[in-house]
Ligand binder design. Sequence first.
Ligand SMILES: O=C(O)CC1=CCC(=O)O1
Length: 258
Amino acid sequence: MPVADINHTSIHYRTDGERHLPCLVFSNSLGTDLGMWDAQAAALVSRFHVLRYDTRGHGRSASPPGPYTLEQLGGDVLALLDHLDIERAHFCGLSMGGVTGQWLGVHAPRRLIKLVLANTAARVGTAEGWQSRAAAVRAHGLGGIADGAASRWFGAGFAEREAPTVARMTDALRAQDPAGYAACCEALAAADMRGALHAVPAPTLIIAGSLDPVTTVADAEAMRAEIGDSRVATLPASHISNVESPARFTRALLDFLA
Ligand SMILES: O=C(O)CC1=CCC(=O)O1
């Protein structure tokens, strides 16, 4: 269980694949952990040095006191790359991980080779919505959020077909640290990359899910309109599209990164 002691916290990470290959960093969504990328890591390990980490407040990373900021989430990635002596990497983040990716695209372009923004938006939800979710989780824990997660994360067909996968992920959400989850909600409450994305120079793939109720195809198109060298790939999936449609997601990544 490698852990990097960086930025006054500790970040749990995992590397797979040979060190001389180009590095590909994966960043998880709210309420998940680095295990969400198992299918992509297995499929891509022969082509990339795959680096996955648990966003602060999630999985086996520490939960320092919040609220967190988007600068901290992005700064953790830069410090982790420094810790591992990795100069430049591809970066793929989903939802909250994609917001972190947008911040890196604007503020640390020299560290990026290519950028993949999956099921995300320049502004995810509303400040009020995230603040009230953070308050509810601080007061009552993650049970209520976990009860509704499957319908936010996955299409109905997938949830029926792949019930064990869905149960594994929602059980993991139930087991997350409520304080860390709430602190990340507060980061999302303040995060707004609208109007800043024109400063992203990295070639960027934006992956959308045609069934995603959280971050929509219109959100993806809005990012594409701002980022100069960008394109959109739409998958027949809901929010956590890399789990719902792993083969298509991995194919889109490979086609773009190759
Ligand atoms: O509400 C959810 O669980 C979906 C989500 C929003 C931001 C994120 O990372 O996941």
